[in-house]
Design a protein around this ligand. Structure first.
Ligand code: CP
Length: 298
């Protein structure tokens, strides 16, 4: 589970269907003999804790590292030796790292499945699946919907994974980013089978079913001076939504900083906190499938 590229449309549909089954239960004792090992080299609130909550709800257990300084990497141990050992302790390895090659290294050395919990600016496939699940819960489908992916599209791994996912469905996607923060061409070309458009948000807002907002990824900018050039350069407010469809949903992978006005939280368009909550059911489904537990569900 390294990239959305590795999943077919039927794979994605299977995961979303299983997430819906998982959403009906708070506890399911199917992973009592399973251990997930989580190694987060970068900060996380949602991904790490929702995977831990998902494992708990499945009756399984977690080993979780979120401070690299507490590990023997500090003594000079290599990443590949570290991953080999962690792989031998558990049944699935979850990695977040700023360098996209690290999660692939883990997948190369591990015997057990590896899940990408966020790899630099490259991909965040489990977040894209949560986004898709949120959209399916709202509209019953992904096909036939109009999307705008808005914000820092150069450095947002979650936005890249979402676009790759949407390209497997019959969708129309507008990409709206500040000049200089557009999505990399290799990704838009890869997703090129769907109509990709550019435009100003105010010109397209009335067409949209889903507005996806992402923050400036401060930690990915080459320097603080470069980040300062863009800081505060975009913000979605109630005014930005004027003329939108009643059924428009606004989603955001979170965390937000200042790009999405809190006044939107109380409108029927705001779906981002439900989206974060749906992460548990979606990640339960992913763990069931990666750990091969489908037969235990019955
Ligand atoms: N959406 C997301 O990945 O959040 P965290 O960085 O808090 O895990």
């Amino acid at each position: 589970m390294i990239s959305i590229r590795d999943l077919s449309r039927p794979d994605i549909e299977e995961i979303l269907d299983l997430a819906e089954i998982m959403s009906k239960t708070k506890r399911l004792e199917v992973a009592h003999d399973k251990l997930a090992t989580l190694f987060f080299f970068e900060p996380s609130t949602r991904t790490r804790l929702s995977f831990e909550a998902a494992m708990y709800r499945l009756g399984g257990h977690c080993l979780s590292i979120h401070d690299v300084r507490s590990t023997s990497l500090e003594k000079g141990e290599s990443l590949s030796d570290t991953f080999r050992v962690l792989d031998s302790y558990g049944d699935v390895l979850l990695i977040r790292h700023s360098d996209p090659s690290v999660v692939r290294l883990a997948a190369d050395v591990a015997v057990n499945p590896v899940i990408n919990a966020g790899s630099g600016a490259d991909e965040h496939p489990t977040q894209a699946l949560i986004d898709a699940y949120t959209i399916k819960k709202s509209f019953g489908r992904l096909d036939g919907l109009n999307f705008c992916i808005f914000g820092d599209l150069k450095y947002s791994r979650a936005a890249r994974s979402l676009l790759l996912l949407l390209s497997k469905f019959k969708t129309k996607v507008y990409l709206v980013a500040p000049p200089g923060l557009e999505m990399e061409r290799a990704i838009t070309e890869r997703a090129g089978q769907i109509p990709l458009e550019k435009g100003e948000l105010r010109e397209i807002i009335g067409e949209l079913d889903v507005l996806y907002v992402t923050r400036l990824q401060k930690e990915r900018f080459p320097s603080i001076e470069e980040y300062e050039k863009y800081k505060g350069s975009y913000r979605i407010t109630l005014d930005s939504l004027k003329g939108c469809k009643e059924s428009l949903i606004v989603i955001h992978p979170l965390p937000r900083v200042d790009e999405l006005d809190k006044n939107i939280d109380s409108t029927p368009h705001a779906m981002y906190f439900q989206q974060a909550a749906l992460g548990i059911s979606l990640r339960m489904a992913l763990l069931v499938l990666t750990l091969g537990l489908e037969e235990r569900i019955g």
